[in-house]
Design a binder for this molecule. Structure first.
Ligand SMILES: Cc1ncc(COP(=O)(O)O)c(C=O)c1O
Length: 471
């Protein structure tokens, strides 16, 4: 399973439930479960909490989908600017014309970005941003006289979206397989997960092995066919894989040497999730392209974009080529006004400072769970953390397919929800539980989260002892 946990209460007779079950198709969801169980219906939010239809208060422990960075209490303030914008100009596009909110937002983002990244193309979300980055890379390569460069290097288990281009880069078999063959040629190299890598105990050796693998891949594929490499600063899928020291500098050097554009997919990481505006500021690198979405508006509007380095923008500005890409709602004026307001609030209320100040406390609270027998690894940074669950701490033996499914779906999902925590349970690779609450969360919330996780994991560990280890 993947997705946020739910209570799975037995089916009732609520009219809203009936309507949902009759008409709504959920994303990445086993809809047959609702023959037996009710859907979780979230009705409202307040601060870092949301409330379901039964009135249960739940910690928004995954910030919706890593996006409600400001929580749920800024709706009035953000809504006012949306209202003003709707009155003044509800819509104008970014096709051949511009409007003040998109101009001001592009300038604001450039202000916050790593040096030399000064131009923005707006989209409606993450998948569109990723595909737009690839189109830009391909056209950039064509403009340099390298039309064979179309391939992408991506990483195993990474999630880059579901539209056919973005899906080509996504490295999660269950997402890809039904739609094979995919549109864009892509090869997948190891991600930065250290826990299961043979060199993972030695950061320098781990980094060297990862970079050597990329070199070998480029040699095998032929650099003259590769347009772009895409990677997240901290990889979400698989469970918050942080990079070893020197990794991003290594990627930068390899890409430069082989004429490959480096795209940092920051759909989750940008705008404070790891304590900085952009990943490059945390890890000391400047990419060619940054894809972003979710946190830009703190999820008050559906918006994303591609931030590009001046050297990437150049052939599109000097008459060499036109960027052949456009989206009706890319740069929607209401979205741009909302994004400007959200960024203003983040600065005014010291949201990034909050994340940075509390990271050590979060680290302590979650690492404090390591004494529980099924806790294998705890990793992450900022407000972006994962706990990997194992059958055996010593051998790191993972839970296998059906054991993992039972542990996550039958036991943990409900146990955590009943204790008031929404988080992510993901067993598409080795099972992980992910925690990424709103960036305005105080350290006490992490103490509360750790307490709930402890109870849930202990129940799961007992369950493992009773039923699962027989396998
Ligand atoms: C790193 C990354 N890239 C791209 C996407 C796709 O974004 P969207 O769901 O807005 O299309 C996601 C979504 O979670 C993501 O995490």
């Amino acid at each position: 399973m993947t997705g946020n946990n739910g209570a799975g209460s037995p089916a009732g007779t609520d009219a809203m439930q009936e309507m949902a079950k009759r008409h709504l198709m959920l994303h990445f969801t086993d809809m047959s479960a609702f023959n037996e169980y009710d859907m979780t219906i979230i009705e409202r939010g307040e601060g870092v909490y949301v409330y379901d239809r039964q009135g249960n208060r739940l910690i928004d422990g995954l910030s919706g989908l890593y996006c409600t960075s400001l929580g749920h209490s800024y709706g009035d303030e953000v809504g006012e600017v949306a209202h003003e914008q709707l009155k003044r100009l509800p819509f104008s596009s970014n096709w051949t014309v511009a409007h003040p909110p998109s101009i001001e937002l592009a300038a604001r983002i450039a202000d916050l970005a790593p040096d030399g990244m000064n131009r923005v193309f707006f989209t409606s979300g993450g998948s569109e941003s990723v595909e737009s980055a690839w189109k830009m890379a391909v056209q950039w390569q064509q403009a340099r006289g390298e039309p064979r460069r179309r391939k992408v290097i991506a990483r195993k288990n990474a999630y880059h979206g579901v539209t056919m281009g973005a899906l080509s880069f996504t490295g999660i078999p269950v997402c890809r397989t039904p739609f094979d063959p995919l549109g864009i040629p892509a090869v997948h190299v190891s991600n930065t997960g250290a826990y299961r890598h043979p060199e993972g105990h030695d950061e320098a050796a781990h980094c060297a092995a990862l970079l050597a693998e990329i070199e070998q891949t480029i040699e095998f594929e032929d650099a003259s066919t590769i347009a772009m490499m895409i990677a997240e600063p901290v990889q979400n899928a698989g469970g918050c894989f942080t990079p070893p020291a020197g990794y991003w500098q290594g990627l930068r050097e390899i890409c430069d040497r082989h004429g490959i554009l480096l795209c940092s997919d920051e759909v989750i990481c940008a705008y404070g999730r790891i304590g900085e505006w952009f990943g490059g500021q945390r890890f000391g690198f400047v990419p060619d392209l940054v894809t972003f979405a979710k946190g830009l508006t703190a999820a008050h509007f559906s918006m994303g974009g591609v931030l590009m380095h001046d050297r990437v923008a150049e052939p599109f500005l000097d008459g060499t080529t036109d960027y052949n890409n456009g989206l009706t709602f890319g740069g929607h004026p209401v979205g741009c006004a909302v994004a400007l307001k959200s960024l203003e609030i983040m600065e005014r209320d010291g949201v990034l400072e909050n994340v940075r100040a509390n990271e050590p406390a979060v680290d302590r609270a979650l690492n404090g769970l390591r004494d529980i027998p099924i806790v294998g690894d705890v990793r992450g940074m900022g407000y972006f953390w994962a706990i990997e669950l194992v059958r055996d701490q010593q051998t790191r033996e993972p839970f296998s397919g059906s054991d993992a499914e039972r542990l996550m779906s039958d036991v943990l999902s409900t146990a955590l929800y009943e204790r008031g925590l929404i988080c992510r349970l993901d067993d598409r690779a080795d099972p992980i539980v992910q925690i990424a609450p709103p960036l305005v969360s105080e350290p006490e919330l992490f103490t509360e989260i750790a307490g709930i996780l402890r109870e849930g994991f202990e129940i799961a560990a007992d369950h493992v002892g009773e039923t699962i280890t027989t396998g």
